[in-house]
Design a binder for this molecule. Structure first.
Ligand code: PLP
Length: 449
C-alpha cells in the first residue's frame, strides 16, 4: 500500500475494518489512532507522536520492540520450512526445540506442552483436556469448572465462558453449561470493612462453599489467573492463594493457572505460579511466550494429567492447523532465549520490579488515587472520589477513560478498566524510563483531577 496520510488511513479503516472490543459506530465518528512503528518501549503514531507504551502492546511485548534477531529467525525459518503441521505422527525441529525450552523454564513437574495459536485457544484446549482427563480416570461426572467473576480467559466460546466478564456473557448467551463463577479477591472494591487479610480468606472460602454446593464429584477444575490482569490487575491479599491451595488439596480438583499475562517474567519470576508457590496441573500460556512477535499459545501440562493422557488416552481428538507453527515456534524459542540469556527475568525480580513498585506507590499521595498495587512490572491505580470510603465517581468508568485519554495525548499508553488505571510495560524498561512513566502518570492524574 502506498504511503497514506492519517485521514486516508482512518477513512479506509472505518470502511473495512471491524475492530475487537470496539463500538464500531463511535469509532467511525471519532477515528482511531494509527500506530506505525515501535522501538524499545516506545511507539510512534502516524502523526509522528512518540508514546511510552506502558502496556507492552496488550501485555505481551516482554522483550520490547525492534529486536531484529527475531525477524531474522522468522526469515530463516520461512525459507527452511514455512509450514508443516504436528498432526498424524509428524513434527518438526522448531516445535521440538520450543517444547523442550518451555519445560526447562516451567515448574519442575511440568514437562509437556500442547501448542495452539492464542490464549483463547489455550483455554479452549484446557476445557477439553480436563474433561478428557476425568473421563479417562473413570469419573465422567467431574465436568464443572469453577472460575471467578471478572476473570479474563479469552474470547472464544469456552474462553469467554470460563472468563467472568458479565458484559461478554450478555452477548451470545454465555457461559455455556458446566462453568460457574465465584467471588474475586478484589479487596478495594468488595472488601467492605474487612482487612485485606480477612477478605483474602473469605474470598478463597467461596471456592469451598461452591465445591460443597455442587458436590466434589462433579467439580473438574478451578481456573484462575495468579493476578487478574484485564479485570484490573487484582493482586490478591497474601492470605488468598494459601487458602485456595488448602481447599484444592482437600478435594480432588485440578488447578488451572492461566499464565497468559503473568507468564514469562511479568512478576520477576518465570511464572506467577512460581511467585505464589502454586503447583498447577495445567498452565495456559501465550503473549510473552513470543513477546507478541508472532501469534502462538500453549497449554503446559503437569505430570499427573500428561501421564494419563499419554498412557491411557489414545487419540486426543483436538488440535489446530497452526499448533506449533514452525515460524511462530522458532520465534518463541528465540524470545525465551533472550529472556533467559540476557537475565531479563532476573533483572525484573532484583532491580526494575522493586524500583517500579517503589516509584509507583509514590502516586498514593495523589488526591485521585485510592489504592496503588502491583508486583514486579505490573501495576494498578484505583481512582476514587473518597479515599476512605473507596467509592467511584460514577459506575461508567468515565474518570478512568478521561485519564487514559490524557495519557494518550501526553505520550503515555496506560489502560483504563473502569476507574482502574493499569500498566504492564515491556520487561526491558530501564530505571530512567520508569521515572518517565511515573512522572507522566502523575501529570495525567493532575489533568484528570
Ligand atoms: N488469558 C488471559 C489471562 C488473558 O489476559 C488473555 C488475553 O488478554 C487470554 C487468556 C486470551 O488470550 P488471546 O487474546 O491471545 O486469545
Amino acid at each position: 500500500m502506498k504511503a497514506l496520510d492519517t485521514a486516508q488511513l482512518q477513512a479506509l479503516d472505518r470502511e473495512h475494518h471491524l475492530h475487537p472490543f470496539t463500538d464500531f459506530k463511535q469509532l467511525g465518528e471519532e477515528g482511531t489512532r494509527v500506530i506505525e512503528r515501535a522501538e524499545g518501549i516506545y511507539l510512534w503514531d502516524s502523526n509522528g507522536n512518540k508514546m511510552l507504551d506502558a502496556m507492552a502492546g496488550l501485555w505481551c511485548v516482554n522483550i520490547g520492540y525492534g529486536r531484529k534477531e527475531l525477524a531474522e529467525v522468522a526469515y530463516e525459518q520461512m525459507q527452511q520450512l514455512p509450514f508443516y503441521n504436528a498432526f498424524f505422527k509428524t513434527t518438526h525441529p522448531p516445535a521440538i526445540d520450543l517444547a523442550k525450552l518451555i519445560s526447562e523454564v516451567t515448574p519442575a513437574h511440568m514437562n509437556h506442552v500442547f501448542f495452539c495459536g492464542s490464549g483463547s485457544e489455550a483455554n479452549d484446549t484446557v476445557f477439553r483436556m480436563v474433561r478428557r482427563y476425568w473421563d479417562l480416570k473413570g469419573k465422567p461426572n467431574k465436568k464443572t469448572f469453577i472460575s471467578r467473576i471478572n476473570a479474563y480467559h479469552g474470547s472464544t466460546v469456552a474462553g469467554a465462558s470460563l472468563g467472568g466478564m458479565g458484559y461478554m456473557h450478555e452477548q451470545g448467551d454465555l457461559p455455556i453449561p458446566g462453568i460457574v463463577h465465584i467471588a474475586q479477591p478484589y479487596w478495594f472494591k468488595e472488601g467492605g470493612d474487612l482487612s485485606p487479610e480477612e477478605f483474602g480468606i473469605k474470598a478463597a472460602q467461596a471456592l469451598e462453599e461452591k465445591i460443597l454446593e455442587l458436590g466434589e464429584d462433579s467439580v473438574a477444575a478451578f481456573i484462575a489467573e495468579p493476578i487478574q490482569g484485564a479485570g484490573g490487575v487484582i493482586v490478591p491479599p497474601e492470605t488468598y492463594w494459601p487458602e485456595i491451595k488448602r481447599i484444592l488439596d482437600k478435594y480432588d480438583i485440578l488447578l488451572v493457572v492461566d499464565e497468559v499475562i503473568c507468564g514469562f517474567g511479568r512478576t520477576g519470576h518465570w511464572f506467577g505460579s512460581d511467585y505464589y508457590g502454586l503447583k498447577p496441573d495445567l498452565m495456559p500460556i501465550a503473549k510473552g511466550l513470543s513477546s507478541g512477535y508472532l501469534p502462538i499459545g500453549g497449554v503446559v501440562v503437569g505430570e499427573r494429567v500428561a501421564e494419563t493422557l499419554i498412557e491411557e488416552g489414545g487419540d486426543f481428538n483436538h488440535g489446530y492447523t497452526y499448533s506449533g507453527h514452525p515460524v511462530s515456534a522458532a520465534v518463541a524459542a528465540a524470545n525465551i532465549r533472550i529472556l533467559r540469556d540476557e537475565g531479563i527475568v532476573d533483572r525484573v525480580r532484583e532491580e526494575t520490579g522493586p524500583y517500579l513498585q517503589k516509584r509507583w506507590r509514590e502516586l498514593a499521595d495523589h488526591p485521585l488515587v485510592g489504592e496503588v498495587r502491583g508486583v514486579g512490572l505490573v501495576g494498578a491505580l484505583e481512582l476514587t472520589n473518597d479515599k476512605a470510603a473507596r467509592t467511584r465517581f460514577d459506575d461508567k468508568g468515565s474518570t478512568g477513560t478521561l485519564c487514559r485519554d490524557f495519557c494518550f495525548n501526553n505520550g503515555l499508553v496506560m489502560r483504563a478498566t473502569g476507574d482502574t488505571m493499569i500498566i504492564s510495560p515491556p520487561l526491558v524498561i530501564t530505571k530512567e524510563e520508569i521515572d518517565e512513566l511515573v512522572e507522566k502518570a502523575r501529570y495525567c492524574l493532575d489533568l484528570t483531577a
